[in-house]
Design a protein around this ligand. Structure first.
Ligand code: ATP
Ligand code: MG
Length: 360
């Protein structure tokens, strides 16, 4: 064939703790996938934006950082956070400026039990829990609007204002119906708290009904967030795609990650569905300084997020190939200590690369 090799520009930001270890593993797997079947090539540029940079210069990233990476095809992000720097400094110093500046309004978290990994739910194994959680990532409860009056006095009042806009809710709803439609079961659960919260949450329900009309083949239902936690634990098979607000999905996806076995396997994509800007892919776990440098960080979350990134770039075959390799290695019991094995990051990574190369 005369098709030119497709080249994607990737900004890698390994950052803190085990971030550099898992990003290196992820890049190794991506390299094993590149140039197969005349496929694609990655042009990776590493950025040293991190807590270390903050200690040296007073800023985690340069002021024009977003400009430096705005024309990349995707961002491959490790983890940010350090014991000696307050969480809000690292969060607002690096992750949030990228998420917000690039309007990555959809946070997508696939969750399933991988073979060889044990769920804390008795009798629940691979195939019984296979969800995609879509989190609204730009507004809602985390608007930052509010304040405190009469600070420290008995009559002190604090407000924490949730902002929901029609544009914001409609775009996330539309984005959630799409994966629901493309997955075999065509099932979407819309989570709110519209019995107790009569404004924004009722608007969510209304907009779900409106957008649902454009996806007649998707079966969707509504759940209150409290009842949803029970359903996730008691009948995981009844769920498939889930959409919820910023706060609700934050909580539900932690629960989902725990039910799927470990933080070390959970991936996420912060996505700008309109593709005006690069989307950002990262493992859900943090910098985990307790195991940094020991060579035992679980790279599976990062492989999975690399697979999400490939899918976003349009390389669906490579994305699936990577996940098949990961599932094979997990099934073979080549696991890091956090999921009950005794393999190192390097052993898992080498096994995944070998599985990729061994597949015809
Ligand atoms: P942050 O403050 O950035 O959230 P953290 O140090 O609190 O980071 P988390 O990532 O939130 O760490 O994870 C909590 C614990 O789970 C870690 O201390 C670590 O022991 C374990 N853990 C997290 N990710 C992994 C991983 N990829 N492999 C193995 N263990 C992990
Ligand atoms: Mg943490």
């Amino acid at each position: 064939g005369s098709n030119p090799l497709r080249t994607y520009k990737i900004a890698s930001i390994p950052a803190d703790g085990i971030g550099p270890e898992v990003i290196a593993a992820g890049l190794q797997a991506l390299e094993a996938l590149a140039r197969r079947d005349g496929g694609f090539e990655l042009d990776v540029t590493e950025f040293d934006w991190s807590s270390e940079r903050y200690r040296k210069t007073g800023a985690l990233m340069p002021e024009d950082g977003r400009d430096q990476i705005k024309d990349f095809d995707a961002i491959f992000f490790g983890a940010v956070g350090a014991p000696d720097i307050p969480d809000h400094v690292t969060l607002w110093g690096l992750r949030l400026p990228l998420c917000q500046g690039f309007d990555q309004y959809a946070n997508v978290r696939p969750t399933k039990i991988l073979p060889g990994i044990t769920s804390p739910l008795a009798g629940v194994g691979p195939g019984d829990l296979d969800w995609v959680i879509v989190r609204e990532n730009s507004e809602g409860e985390y608007s930052g609007i509010g304040g405190r009056a009469h600070r420290g006095l008995p009559e002190e009042v604090a407000t924490e204002v949730s902002i929901f806009t029609r544009v914001g809710v409609e775009r996330i709803m539309r984005y959630a119906f799409k994966p629901a439609q493309s997955r075999p079961r065509k099932l979407l659960t819309v989570v709110t708290k519209s019995n107790a919260q009569r404004h924004g949450m009722v608007m969510w329900d209304e907009i779900a009904a409106e957008v649902g009309k454009d996806f007649p083949d998707v079966t969707w239902d509504k759940m209150l967030v409290d009842a949803m936690t029970v359903r996730m634990v008691k009948s995981p098979r009844s769920l498939d795609t889930i959409v919820a607000t910023n706060l609700h999905a934050d909580i539900l996806s932690d629960l989902a990650g725990a039910l799927a076995g470990s933080l070390g396997v959970a991936p996420t994509g912060n996505i700008d569905p309109e593709r005006r800007y690069p989307s950002m892919f990262e493992p859900i776990h943090g910098s985990a300084f307790d195991i940094t440098g020991k060579g035992i960080a679980n790279p599976v979350a990062t492989f999975w997020t690399a697979s999400q990134m490939l899918e976003h770039l349009g390389e669906a075959d490579a994305a699936r190939r990577l996940m098949r390799a990961v599932e094979k290695v997990c099934a073979d019991g080549i696991l890091t200590p956090d999921v009950g094995g005794d393999a190192t990051t390097r052993q898992v990574t080498d096994a995944v690369c070998e599985a990729i190369r061994g597949e015809n």
